[in-house]
Write a protein of this length. Structure first.
Length: 417
């Protein structure tokens, strides 16, 4: 049964009509659609129309839910029922009574189940004309909009796909696979505990408390904020990225934007950063970095490989081997520990400062061209060869040993602390 009601709030006239014959069957599941239309024809105010849509489907754990909406929001709420219930609230606004009716009539919701796939889609017959809202001194002076808001009740285990344009998506803890694409809106999520999560956000924010594993692509606006994640593949452009913890490994590419900040990484890191500043507290596994036109700061790292251009690179504690290639700017390593058996640097136009732990012992070779070499009291060095521009030094850090430090540079300077 469909229920249609009209309401007004000034110079009012109320009309109620009942139309029967609105029970549908889809794949042998009986479902009911409930449609409500309310009207505000108050003189001098924006015209407003609304209608609602509700539909339910019985499901098992393997059924997939696909949602496609625009100009509104999608909110996912989980429950223990073997059922998916979709409630849609549709509102239209315009200063013209005839135009607002045209806007509300242009919106329809298609919902069907075919096999193991439930599909719900917003259809808009006409998007001609100007849309938006003007506000002056806190007062709306002009408005022509359509708002379509989904609230979906479903089991947390079912595969979920959402495409939302011009609006937000919100869901709490969820254990099923997800594919979430948001354009011109924000994504807010709790704990996505499945190992299969694909997230794509454009022109909005992304805020997720926890993920088991995920592939994330984010362009513009931002930021991307993640509390914790197991395994991560991330590509971000023109946004800031903030991640508290990566429990396992990550493959991250960032370009432009407000940079990348990570607390702790329990596994390996593969990083490609351009025109973005990077700050990382701890990487316990291996790190491979390509950095260009942005500073790189890692407080504590294991084995590391760096290829950097026009970037200042600052490492705190180095607990593994290092292979570093740089052109321009500055390299600073505060403490190289005995866990680093091989340290290799090759670069041009770089000011290099290397600090060694008190218990660090190694042999070294330093080759310079148009560059100076300075060293502290714990370093013994001899000039192996020289000409007018090029010099080669050999020596020991501490008592020497099987560890090795090799530096080759043109222009700039080298300092062993």
């Amino acid at each position: 049964m469909a229920f249609i009601a009209g309401n007004s709030y000034a110079q009012q006239e109320q009309l109620v009509s009942v139309v029967t014959g609105d029970t549908y069957a889809s794949n042998n599941f009986n479902v009911n659609a409930h449609v409500t239309l309310s009207q505000d024809i108050q003189t001098g105010a924006d015209g407003e129309r609304s209608k609602s849509f509700s539909k339910s489907f019985s499901v098992d754990n393997n059924d997939k839910i696909n949602l496609n909406n625009q100009y509104g929001s999608v909110t996912i709420k989980t429950w223990d029922k073997k059922e998916v219930k979709i409630d849609v609230d549709i509102k239209a606004y315009s200063s013209s009574d005839s135009d607002v009716q045209k806007l509300i009539d242009a919106v329809n919701i298609d919902a069907a189940k075919n096999g193991d796939v439930i599909t719900v889609k917003t259809n808009m017959a006409d998007r001609s004309g100007r849309y938006g809202r003007s506000v002056k001194n806190g007062v709306t002076t002009w408005r022509r909009e359509v708002k379509i808001n989904y609230v979906v009740f479903m089991p947390a285990v079912n595969p979920l796909s959402v495409l939302q344009q011009y609006g937000n998506v919100e869901l709490g803890n969820f254990s099923g696979p997800t594919s979430l694409k948001v354009q011109y809106g924000n994504l807010v999520a709790g704990n996505l505990s499945n190992g299969n999560n694909y997230i794509n956000v454009q022109y909005g924010k992304c805020d997720i408390q926890d993920l088991n594993a995920a592939v994330i692509k984010h362009e513009y606006n931002g930021p991307v904020t993640i509390g914790a994640v197991g395994t991560l593949q991330l590509e971000a452009e023109y946004v800031g990225v903030n991640i508290n913890t990566i429990r396992k490994s990550a493959d991250i590419k960032v370009q432009y934007g407000k940079g990348l900040t990570i607390g702790a990484i329990g596994g390996n890191l593969l990083l490609n950063a351009e025109y973005a500043k990077v700050n990382i507290n701890t990487v316990k596994g291996n790190t491979v970095v390509k950095q260009a036109y942005g500073d790189l700061n890692i407080a504590s790292a294991g084995k590391i490989g760096i290829n950097a251009e026009y970037s200042n690179v600052t490492l705190g504690t180095l607990n593994g081997d290092a292979n570093i290639n740089m052109d321009y700017n500055k390299l600073s390593v505060s403490e190289i520990t005995p866990a680093c058996r091989n340290f290799s640097f090759d670069g041009e136009y770089v000011s290099i400062g290397l600090g060694f732990a008190d218990r660090y012992n190694a042999n070294f070779n330093v080759s310079t061209s148009y560059a100076g070499f300075k060293y502290g009291a714990n370093v013994t060095a001899s000039l192996a060869s020289k000409d007018e521009e090029d010099k080669k030094y050999t020596g020991k850090i501490g008592s020497g040993g099987t560890a090795n430090v090799s530096v080759k540079t043109e222009y700039g300077s080298v300092t062993f602390k």
